[in-house]
Design a binder for this molecule. Structure first.
Ligand code: NDP
Ligand code: MG
Length: 402
């Protein structure tokens, strides 16, 4: 049964945990909490390796617990928190234990499938989970949504497109919906030639025209794999069949997504390209927070453009659609192979176009199978990572190595 939720106020402060507090989403969440600190009580904050940033966030938020994923860095964390009264812990199990501590609201903002176990632990609480970590839903969608259902958790989408759809659906019934329309900025290579994309460097790929984000999602935005992951995310969050989820390129990133209704009406959510807007929506839910970040000036923007995506230059989108249609282990494999390929690209080991090529090869090489348990997800994830690494070793792929 779902517990009644109240917006955070000074009279009724909301207890919160921030998983991935040192990242881009984590920092925006910290900013919002510090805009009204009396409305929150911070239980736990976590990071993987950046002890300085973790300690700084824990101290600023007066958290009760700070957890570092790499246990070797725990002594360093303890030293930085000495005398503060903040508890310190380290290691993968400690991340899950921190996520399982009962709180009203958890921000799930770890990057990649590494966030799955902590996010599942937070869902086990049965309160509110703000989900930024889309890879969780991609690699274990049915499992995660069953856990959400069973625990009565309010799963609040933070990804800007899904948060937009969530807002547009607030007063609607799913059977009134004709289709969902996810907008995509098109990324830094929206108008680039295939040759320029083949030669693209990591620095060029992470230079997103509209958003400042972590390195992994920035590369995903450049390949359009991000939109592919979001297609799978939307399918699970809104129980929408794959053919009824459209993608539309919208370079200004002002319309964050739309819902088309059966009567021909389109509802959209608009806002600045600032993740604090969807995070604030999730943080204030079921109410709305008054925030102090800059608001949208439509007159200054003046025009909004829309175009269909170019699936020729961006094969990742078609790969994600195919994986979603295939179901079973395919989305898990797609996600795992993509994580390995993006890491390899960022490390300068493969070219930009090789990312989708590696993912395609991993998907081609595996027979379809069902995955019903967390262990099965983790096993498929590990197998797909190993397969992707083998493909990295068998170059050339399609791109040009630098
Ligand atoms: P960042 O890379 O900026 O931050 C990632 C966070 O996760 C950091 O706190 C990092 O710790 C932690 N982390 C990294 N690896 C691990 C691990 N193996 N185990 C536990 N923690 C880990 O990512 P973003 O904030 O950009 O993205 C976070 C998630 O939100 C992603 O899933 C992304 O797709 C999604 N998202 C992000 C958006 C954005 O605008 N940034 C928009 C929409 C969705 P450390 O700093 O110590 O490495
Ligand atoms: Mg998004």
């Amino acid at each position: 049964m779902r517990t009644e939720a109240f917006p955070p106020t000074e009279d009724r402060p909301r207890s919160v945990t921030i998983l991935g507090v040192t990242g881009s989403i984590g920092a925006s969440t910290v900013d919002l909490v510090l805009q009204a600190p009396a409305c929150y009580r911070v239980e736990a904050v976590t990071a993987q390796s950046r002890v300085d940033a973790l300690a700084e966030a824990a101290l600023a938020l007066r958290a009760r617990l700070a957890v570092i994923g790499e246990s070797g860095r725990l002594p360093d964390l303890r030293e930085r928190l000495a005398g503060s009264g903040i508890e310190a812990a380290g290691g993968a199990d400690a991340l899950v234990e921190a996520a399982a501590r009962p709180v009203d609201w958890t921000m799930a903002a770890i990057v990649g499938a590494a966030g799955l176990a902590p996010t599942m632990a937070a869902i086990g609480n049965g309160r509110m989970v703000a989900l930024a970590n889309k890879e969780c839903l991609v690699c274990a969608g049915p499992l995660l949504m069953r856990a959400v259902e069973a625990s009565g958790t309010a799963l609040l989408p933070v990804d800007s497109e899904h948060n937009a759809i969530f807002q547009c659906l607030a007063a609607a019934r799913l059977d009134e919906v004709d289709r969902l329309i996810l907008t995509a900025s098109g990324g830094p290579f929206r108008a680039a030639t295939l040759d320029a994309m083949r030669q693209a460097t990591p620095a060029e790929a992470v230079r997103h025209p509209n958003w400042r984000m972590g390195a992994k999602i920035s590369v995903d935005s450049a390949t359009l794999m991000n939109k592919g992951l979001e297609l799978i995310e939307a399918h699970h969050l809104f129980a929408m069949p794959e053919p009824l989820i459209e993608v539309l390129v919208h370079p200004q990133s002002v319309v964050h997504s739309l819902v088309a209704f059966k009567d021909g009406s389109l509802l959209a959510q608009l806002g600045p390209s600032d993740m604090r807007v969807p995070i604030a929506h999730a943080l204030g839910w079921p109410g709305r927070l008054r925030t102090d970040h800059p608001k949208l000036d439509l007159a200054a923007i003046a025009r909004l453009d829309f175009a269909p995506p170019d699936t020729g230059r961006f094969p990742a989108l078609a790969l994600a659609r195919a994986a979603l249609r295939q179901g079973g282990a395919a989305p898990t494999m797609l996600n795992a192979a993509n994580e390995v390929a993006v890491d390899a690209f960022l490390a300068g080991e493969i070219g930009f176009l090789d990312i989708a090529a590696v993912v395609g090869r991993v998907l081609d090489g595996e027979p379809p199978c069902r995955i019903d348990t967390l262990d099965a997800v983790l096993e498929v994830d590990a197998r797909a990572r190993a397969a992707a690494r083998r493909h990295l070793d068998h170059r050339p792929l399609v791109g040009t190595q630098r």
